[in-house]
Design a protein around this ligand. Structure first.
Ligand code: UDP
Length: 357
């Protein structure tokens, strides 16, 4: 197959601005290329795509983060629009490809789908946040059934009234993560530092458990970060920045546990699989995708959402978790190879003959 991947408009690939979707897109592109498919990328200018050809770099201003909008927010494209330019690239190049895959969470590509000659598939990496996106997804599915995928059952359920979303869990290249059998005395938290990710609860729990908390990830909201540190003066927080996977996993691997404390319905939570791959137990709120990837009392603990004291109780039971079982769970369920099988099967079903004339 000849595939054109269109990246999220919110930031260049490789910066972490778009979150886990960046790793998913690049990992899948490499894996599909290794299987003999042609994969090219259209992405914001400044993107780093390794050996995958970046065939169009879009200039312009990014859209606002959907997490900061209200449900009835209008569609706003700052001018010049990087999103419009990404899709101008896809339009110009479309005849060279069998499928176009949209990795963004935006109204525009959903709306444009029916005007393309080449089929467009959509990988949606967030739960339902905006009414105009829900309506556009429903329209796309009524035109072309089976062309919209999400990453977990919990994420699919946020799209009320929208049936038949394809569920494709993520997978990681586990060879990039080293198993660590003996932890050091700290906890870890990974993610974009932004209110929906709920770092403050992990910080409160770490302070109560009297353990340092290492924090890794892109600092998206500095005001929020300063506030939660001021609110938790007893916490020992070590901010490591946004690290490349290799450096990230060496810090994560030595942790006693990963805390996952989202305030929103996390679509999947790549960081859960990345921690498990290092043998690190995961203590996660029973909310969204992580509740489907963590096996309670086996690869970590699932706790009632928004309750740091329940996290502390789980931290006290960490000695009952077998770190080798954590790694094995990732190997059995969340390899990049399994993810690639899932996506390859989905792509093959949706060739050009599906497109209504
Ligand atoms: N990440 C990283 N370096 C860091 C911290 C995080 O590369 O220092 C990556 C991590 O590998 C993961 C992504 O950031 O793929 C976060 O994705 P996740 O699905 O957990 O959350 P999202 O940001 O998409 O809500």
């Amino acid at each position: 197959m000849r595939l054109l991947f269109v990246a999220s408009a919110v930031g260049p690939l490789g910066t972490g601005i778009a979150g886990g979707v960046e790793l998913n897109l690049l990992n899948l592109a490499h894996a599909l290329q290794a299987r003999g498919h042609v994969v090219h990328i259209v992405a914001p200018a400044g993107s780093r795509t390794g050996e995958i050809p970046l065939v169009w770099q879009a200039q312009g201003l990014p859209p606002a983060f959907a997490q900061g909008e209200t449900r009835d927010s209008p569609v706003i494209l700052p001018q010049p629009s990087v999103l419009a330019n990404l899709w101008e690239g896809a339009r110009a190049l479309q005849n060279d490809y069998d499928l176009i895959v949209n990795w963004g969470y935006d109204w525009l590509p959903l709306y444009l789908t029916r005007f393309f000659q080449t089929p467009v598939l959509h990988v949606i990496s967030m739960g339902s946040l905006l009414d105009h996106i829900d309506s556009a997804i429903a329209q796309v599915l009524s035109d072309c059934p089976g062309t919209v995928a999400v990453h977990s059952q919990a994420q699919a359920e946020t799209f009320v009234g929208i049936e038949n979303l394809v569920i494709l869990p993520c997978g990681m290249d586990l060879s990039a993560y080293t198993f660590c059998s003996k932890p050091e005395n700290y906890l870890v938290w990974i993610g974009r530092i932004a209110p929906e990710k709920g770092l403050e609860d992990a910080l409160a729990a770490a302070a109560l458990a009297k353990l340092p908390l290492y924090v890794l990830g892109r600092l998206q909201d500095p005001g929020y970060f300063a506030q939660i540190q001021a609110d938790n003066p007893g916490a020992i927080l070590k901010y490591c920045g946004f690290l490349p996977t290799d450096e990230m996993q060496s810090v994560v691997g030595k942790a006693k546990a990963l805390l996952v404390t989202p305030k929103w319905i996390e679509a999947f939570g790549n960081v859960v699989v990345e921690a498990l791959a290092c043998g690190v137990p995961v203590i996660a709120y029973r909310r969204g995708g992580p509740a489907e990837t963590v096996l309670d009392a086996i690869t970590g603990f699932l706790t009632p959402p928004d309750d740091p004291s329940a996290l502390v109780a789980a931290i006290a039971k960490l000695d009952t978790i077998d770190r080798a079982r954590c790694r094995a769970h990732a190997e059995e369920n969340y390899t990049l190879s399994v993810m690639t099988d899932r996506f390859e099967t989905w792509f093959r079903k949706l060739d050009k003959s599906q497109k209504p004339i």
